[in-house]
Design a binder for this molecule. Structure first.
Ligand SMILES: NC(=O)c1ccc[n+]([C@@H]2O[C@H](COP(=O)([O-])OP(=O)(O)OC[C@H]3O[C@@H](n4cnc5c(N)ncnc54)[C@H](OP(=O)(O)O)[C@@H]3O)[C@@H](O)[C@H]2O)c1
Length: 295
């Protein structure tokens, strides 16, 4: 059992934004649990971090967010090792250009980006101290602006745009953060639920995009519109660590088209703030994960 030091979990900590968020938390003296689907990749990332920050407390643990049994196994293993959790960064994400489903027949991006984190949070929140420094940080995206929740087509099988499932999943992450905050408030808890997006950064997320998009992005957009992964992690670290943060706030880069620039409050759609949509999303998330989320 780990006592004393503040503990954070970062999902998808082995690459991209999660890797930089992990380093930021370590510099702020957290013991970070790297919750990753590939132990091999996670151990390599850990080694790389320890080269730069040798006195860091880092633990690698396995999780596949698209597989709800794996999420439950992770939560159990975490609880047996750690008595408390101070910050949960729901960072892991995937973007596909073809319809893929998990073993429960749920569209893979909705399952991984939203449902896996919904379930993980529901299983771990009991270990979070009732303090304003306890935070759940959910990763959304500018892509949320392009979507609604397709309650009658949650697997996006009738959607024609290739990135519709990703956009829906990232909208779900944002709506989840708000609804969680409302529920925490109603329960009289001090724990904070916040959300953030990194703007745009060239990361592993690009790997499954249509190759034509990647070429256009890398040779035209990336140098002008996107920022380094280190800078992309800053809004997430602001949400996780800044003193003045209030529950329900949404952070992102405030510069050019919100793709880069200094971290601050991010813009969001009216749809993303609809409480009726949030309540409905919460209900189907409980149904699809087979888990009642108790606060
Ligand atoms: N990059 C951008 O421009 C951008 C823009 C808006 C929002 N975001 C969001 O930022 C977050 C981080 O993305 P990134 O850009 O850093 O991409 P990335 O470099 O591809 O990192 C994604 C991480 O998620 C992990 N992951 C994927 N599927 C998983 C699963 N089933 N279970 C556990 N972990 C899984 C990946 O593991 P593997 O290494 O094993 O694949 C990787 O560690 C995502 O939530 C993404 O939606 C990114």
């Amino acid at each position: 059992m780990s006592k004393g030091k503040k503990v954070a979990i970062v999902t998808g900590a082995n690459s991209g934004v999660g890797f930089e968020v992990t380093k930021g938390l370590l510099k702020n003296n957290f013991h970070v649990v790297m919750a990753c689907r590939s132990i091999e990749k996670a151990n390599k990332a850990k080694e790389q971090i320890l080269n730069d920050l040798p006195s860091s407390k880092l633990t690698v643990m396995a999780i596949d967010l698209s597989d709800f049994e794996s999420v439950k196994t992770f939560a159990q293993a975490f609880k047996s090792k750690f008595q408390h959790l101070d910050i949960l960064v729901n960072n892991a994400g995937i973007l596909f250009n073809k319809l893929q489903k998990n073993s429960a027949n749920i569209e893979m991006q909705f399952a991984t980006n939203h449902l896996g984190h919904f379930l993980l949070t529901s299983l771990l929140i009991e270990r979070m101290p009732d303090s304003k420094d306890s935070r759940v940080v959910s990763l959304s995206s500018l892509a949320h602006k392009k979507s609604e929740i397709f309650f009658d087509d949650i697997n996006c099988e009738s959607q024609t745009k290739w990135d519709a499932p990703y956009a829906q999943s990232k909208l779900a992450c944002l709506i989840f953060a708000d609804e969680l905050q409302r529920k925490l408030q109603v329960a009289g808890k001090k724990i904070i639920s916040v959300s953030a997006h990194p703007g745009g950064t060239d990361s592993g997320l690009f790997e499954n995009m249509p190759s034509i998009f990647v070429s256009i992005l890398r040779y035209t957009f990336v140098p002008i519109f996107l920022h380094s992964t280190e800078n992309a992690a800053k809004p997430i670290l602001m949400a996780a660590l800044d003193n003045g943060v209030k529950g329900g706030e949404y952070f992102g880069p405030t510069g050019l088209f919100e793709m880069k620039g200094p971290a601050g409050i991010a813009k969001r759609t009216k749809y993303s703030q609809r409480e009726d949509v949030a309540a409905r999303l919460w209900k189907i998330s409980e149904e699809l994960t087979g888990s009642a989320f108790k606060i």
